[in-house]
Design a protein around this ligand. Structure first.
Ligand code: AHR
Length: 477
């Protein structure tokens, strides 16, 4: 699993100008930030097909295993388990889908089939999923399938290991498992007797891939306003270990546009079974965005892109707010992926569900390599400590003229662009076209309408003027 050291190396390499040496010796050229030859797609490093897969909710993509990514997720019929495989994340979109298990026509496990996850443990594949019964489709309990075969798409390998029993025989779902410092953990959602909510999140250590060895510890229960919209729900946990911490995302509220994601954080050296070691971020970290038209983002997981470094956020969301009938039976929670960024302090930056468009970049003036161009109330600033990730995300879009020039579109305000209006540089509906002039020291952005003038960094602001050395060149990341 890649670590921050490598990320810091990449960023540091770009910032200290030793890019060339690293690019030819130890770092894959396409992975080095600031390399002017990299395409925006290489810089962003994550597919931009959006959705990646239609009508697959609760999406799960494995880390690359044996050169393959494997996908599974909930199907709208909630009646079967499916697996896809491809050498790339983008390839999952068109990959053939195999049904590896179907619910029985009646009886136990004959109800709703929800939110499978695919894990490789000690040389075997396991699918963790939730199933109801045919006489009560919402009598949801957690189950595990196991396959010894190398390809999880082969239905012949799968056998039921059984139900994951916990402290209570109650509504339990969304199991995820992760190994950390020699121990394997299970995190899941359950309805605990005497706790007046629909589901809370629990953690336990596992002694086998299908059983827990310790009493459940309740990590979080829905209490905040963003967690109790429609239903009082904490569910869909996903773990990622980075920068000396264990981060657990989870989803909250009803599965409509109010669905959103929260975050728990523990020190990597902590006793993960000690509830006091976990801190819950007070506000949601990933929510509906009217401007990018992505609603109810959540039930996420994480994977790593083909470069072995770029973390990928995998989640579902709809592209409309209003739903007719029960959201649970609206089929259009599509699978989506986007880059997961990290702040300088090692915490994850989720930004917004980015919506339709091509690869995303951030711009750092060469004379302020650890700062980013961002918009703030229509003005464009160059700042170091950007916590509002989306305000610093842009897309280079081919200008309508088709002459090779590009506009610079805001990701979170898609109807706004980096614009030069009356000599002032600001975020504006006006689509100003630039020529992107690539060079060893970064990219210069020359005004298409006035080839003598370039975009310049000027003491934390942007301006235009004659080409001006480092303040007129930008690193893209
Ligand atoms: O998508 C089916 C269920 O709906 C998932 O298990 C849960 O996370 C969500 O509420």
């Amino acid at each position: 699993m890649a670590t921050l050291d490598r990320r810091a190396l990449l960023k540091g390499a770009a910032a200290t100008g030793i890019v060339a040496g690293l690019a030819t010796s130890t770092l894959a050229r396409s992975a080095v930030a600031g390399d002017p030859d990299r395409s925006d797609a290489e810089i962003y490093g994550v597919p931009t097909a959006d959705p990646l897969i239609e009508q697959r909710a609760d999406p799960f993509i494995t880390r690359r295993t044996g050169g393959m990514y494997y996908f599974t997720g909930s199907v709208p019929e909630y009646d079967r388990l499916v697996v896809r495989g491809a050498p790339t994340i983008a390839g999952l979109a068109a990959a053939a889908e195999t049904v590896v298990w179907r619910r029985p026509a009646s009886g136990k496990m004959g109800g709703h089939i929800w939110a499978p996850e695919l894990h490789r443990i000690d040389g075997r594949w396991y699918i963790y999923f939730a199933a109801g019964d045919s006489d009560d489709v919402f009598r949801i309990r957690m189950y595990v399938l196991e396959s010894p075969l190398p390809d999880p798409r082969d239905p012949a390998g799968w056998t039921l290991r059984g139900q994951i029993a916990t402290e209570w025989d109650s509504f339990s779902l969304d199991a995820t498992t992760f190994a950390h410092r020699g121990r394997r953990y299970l995190v899941w959602a359950q309805s605990e007797p005497e706790i007046a909510v629909n589901s809370s999140l629990y953690i336990a250590r596992m002694d086998t891939p299908w059983s827990i060895a310790t009493k459940p510890v309740r990590l979080t229960t829905p209490t905040r306003s963003w967690e109790i919209q429609g239903f009082r729900v904490n569910e869909g946990p996903a773990a990622i270990v980075r920068n000396g911490r264990v981060f657990l995302t989870f989803s909250a509220s009803a599965t409509d546009a109010r669905y959103c994601m929260g975050l728990l954080t523990a020190d990597a050296g902590a006793d993960l079974l000690d509830r006091a070691c976990w801190a819950k971020t007070p506000d949601p970290v990933f929510v509906t965005d009217e401007r990018t038209r992505r609603y109810g983002p959540g039930h996420n997981t994480f994977t790593v892109a083909e470069d072995g470094v770029t973390d990928v956020l995998v989640y579902h969301a709809r592209d409309y707010r209003d739903i007719t009938g029960d959201p649970l039976y609206d089929p259009n929670r599509h699978t989506r992926v986007q880059k997961l960024y990290w702040h300088r302090d090692g915490t994850p930056l989720f930004g917004v569900p980015v919506g339709e468009g091509g690869p995303i970049v951030r711009l750092s003036p060469v004379d302020a390599r650890d700062a980013y161009v961002r918009h703030e109330e229509g003005a464009l600033r160059v700042q170091r400590d950007v916590r509002e990730l989306a305000s610093s995300q842009f897309r280079f879009v081919a200008a309508a003229a088709g002459d090779g020039t590009e506009t610079i579109q805001s990701v979170d305000l898609p109807d706004r662009y980096v614009a030069v209006v009356g000599g002032t540089v600001r975020l504006d509906p006006v689509e100003t076209a630039f020529h992107r002039v690539r060079g060893a020291g970064g990219v210069a952005l020359r005004l298409a309408a006035d080839p003598e003038r370039y975009l310049l960094h000027d003491q934390g602001r942007l301006t235009v003027g004659s080409p001006g050395g480092a303040r007129g060149r930008f690193l893209l990341s």
